[in-house]
Structures are given as structure tokens and as C-alpha cells.
Design a binder for this molecule. Structure first.
Ligand code: GLN
Length: 308
């Protein structure tokens, strides 16, 4: 294996080219109709090294929606406002063998399994204080801060598409309201749909991975949100549930805290070291980017990055 100081655009580029055709093994998500318009062939790979240096290859300008990756940002904000005990009183720290949109355990214990699956994430967002869009705006501001990219915004067309077809998420929302976990109205669910629709690039994802890998210190060294406990919490959830029912096998093969989204992005934290961002919209059967997973796997093998 090679030393991480030797990572370059050249090494990333050869990994990308090796995996470029993996998209043929996956399928672009179309259960949110607007996502079906993504170019299946798009592919990007970014790394932010320990010193904050950024490496980008592939379709680096290409924007996509962060989808479930927004769940780690919402969790950070909810926990910083309400405290970890209050948030996890309403949901579990459990791993899962179920897909991201499963209702477990709303019908048994009454509480979501964890904040990484949809039910727990919808609940997490509802715990962020403020009326109307305010909780969403806090999430957007935090993503803008972490990426140091004030131009980031959400896609209104993806948002509308999710809102008009997200009946399963709406069902979860009302079941949790029935269970006494949610007190607000559907504005809170809209905030979840909006956060999923935030558009960014693979480079932005690498910066998010870097932030949680480095005690919530930004890639440029800004330490306004420095918090080692917060990064431990977020990374632990990424490790056990960030890739849904694939998380266990992913921990075996990649061995790094990671979070995927159905937009085709994955953010990876290499604790104490770097952040990795990948993008390729064709998804495998678990809802994780097919080519993205294989690019991460190759980088991890080449540089011996697994935690284990
Ligand atoms: N917005 C998507 C949904 O709620 C997010 C799911 C995901 O990225 N896994 O279905």
C-alpha cells in the first residue's frame, strides 16, 4: 500500500477510469420522478487531504442533490440544540438489516431505529427549533459553512417532486405524530424534503467528510464548530447505518464512516485525516452509488485506509 501523502489527481483519475463503466450495473433512482433525469454516465471523485488540499477528478462541476447525506447535518444541529440524550430518547442507536425507507420500529417500540434511515431523519429534522422553513435554513446554512460555498441552494424541482410523491415518508411522519414523537405540522416534513434537495458537488461532499473526520473543524482550519464528541457521534452513526442495510458489509470491505444518498453521492470520513466525496447516480440494490462504492473501495485498498 501507498502513503496517503502520495495521493494525487493522477491516482484518483486512474481509479475513476477503472470504475467508469460500473454505472451499467446500477440504476438511476426514479421513485422521485425528477431524479430520473440524472445522466447515468456522470462520475466524479474528490479528496480533501489532512492539510485541506483538494483533489478533484471527473465531472467536478456536476451538481446533484445530497438526499440522505443531509441527515448527518440535521443530526448535528438537532443534537447541538436539544442535547444527545433528548434526541436519542426519541430514536435508537441501532443498526439495521432494512432499507432506508423501512418503517422499523415504528410499529413495535414506536420509535425509529436510528437517525440515518428516513423515519429517524424526518424526526430529527422536526426536532430542530423554529417555525416554517427555519429548521431547513439552518441545515442549508450549515452545509454552506462546511463547504465554504455560500452559493449552494436547493433544487425546487426536486423538492416539488419529492413532496408530491413522498407518500411513504408522509405515512412515517403521521405514524410518528400518532406515537407522540412529532408535535408539529407538515411544514416539518417539507423541511426534510427540502434538505434532501440541496444541490452540491463531489468536492462539497469531500469537505463534509473532512469536517466530521476532523472534530468538526473545516477544511481551511476554521474551528468555530470544533466539537470532538459531535464528530464521534456522527461518525458512529455513519459507520453503523450510513449505508443502510449494506452498512455491515461496507464496514467489512471499506471500514470507514460513510453516508450515501439516492442522488448518487457518498461522503466518507477518514478519522483524523481526510474527506472523500464520490458521485455517480446509478445505484445498486441497496440505494448506494454503484461506481461510487467501487471507487472508494479501490482508494481504501490502495492507501490502506480502513479503520480495522
Ligand atoms: N429523499 C429521499 C427519500 O426520502 C432520501 C433517501 C435516500 O437518499 N436514501 O426517499
Amino acid at each position: 500500500t501507498a502513503d496517503i501523502s502520495t495521493i494525487s489527481e493522477k491516482t484518483l483519475s486512474s481509479i475513476l477510469e477503472k470504475n467508469r463503466t460500473y454505472y451499467t450495473k446500477g440504476k438511476v433512482a426514479d421513485y422521485i420522478p425528477e431524479l430520473g433525469n440524472m445522466d447515468a454516465k456522470a462520475i466524479a471523485f474528490s479528496v480533501v487531504e489532512k492539510n485541506g488540499k483538494v483533489f478533484n477528478v471527473g465531472d467536478v462541476q456536476k451538481k446533484f442533490t445530497m438526499q440522505s447525506i443531509s441527515k448527518i447535518i440535521a443530526l448535528m444541529i438537532a443534537v447541538s440544540e436539544k442535547g444527545e440524550t433528548n434526541v436519542f430518547d426519541k430514536m435508537g442507536y441501532f443498526g439495521t438489516d432494512q432499507p432506508f425507507n423501512h418503517f422499523s420500529n415504528l410499529e413495535t417500540t414506536g420509535k425509529p431505529l436510528n437517525p440515518m434511515m428516513n423515519a429517524g431523519a424526518i424526526l430529527t429534522t422536526s426536532l430542530i427549533s423554529g417555525d416554517g422553513e427555519k429548521p431547513f435554513l439552518k441545515i442549508l446554512d450549515m452545509v454552506r459553512y462546511i463547504t465554504k460555498n455560500q452559493t449552494l441552494d436547493y433544487s425546487t424541482s426536486v423538492y416539488e417532486s419529492e413532496k408530491s410523491t413522498g407518500h411513504r415518508n408522509r405515512g412515517m411522519f403521521y405514524l410518528m405524530k400518532n406515537n407522540g414523537l412529532i408535535s408539529g405540522n407538515e411544514d416539518q416534513l417539507d423541511n426534510y424534503f427540502r434538505q434532501c434537495s440541496i444541490e452540491l458537488t463531489a468536492e462539497d461532499l469531500a469537505k463534509i467528510g473532512y469536517f466530521f473526520a476532523n472534530e468538526c473543524v473545516r477544511f481551511d482550519g476554521d474551528s468555530k464548530y470544533k466539537n470532538a464528541e459531535m464528530s464521534r457521534l456522527i461518525q458512529s452513526q455513519m459507520l453503523i447505518a450510513g449505508m443502510y442495510e449494506f452498512s455491515g458489509e461496507y464496514a467489512r470491505t471499506v471500514g470507514l464512516p460513510s453516508k450515501s444518498g439516492v442522488g448518487g453521492g457518498i461522503t466518507v470520513s477518514v478519522p483524523g485525516k481526510m474527506g472523500i466525496g464520490v458521485f455517480s447516480p446509478a445505484l445498486d440494490q441497496h440505494g448506494n452509488s454503484a461506481a461510487g462504492y467501487h471507487m472508494i473501495l479501490d482508494l481504501v485498498k490502495q492507501y490502506d485506509l480502513s479503520l480495522f
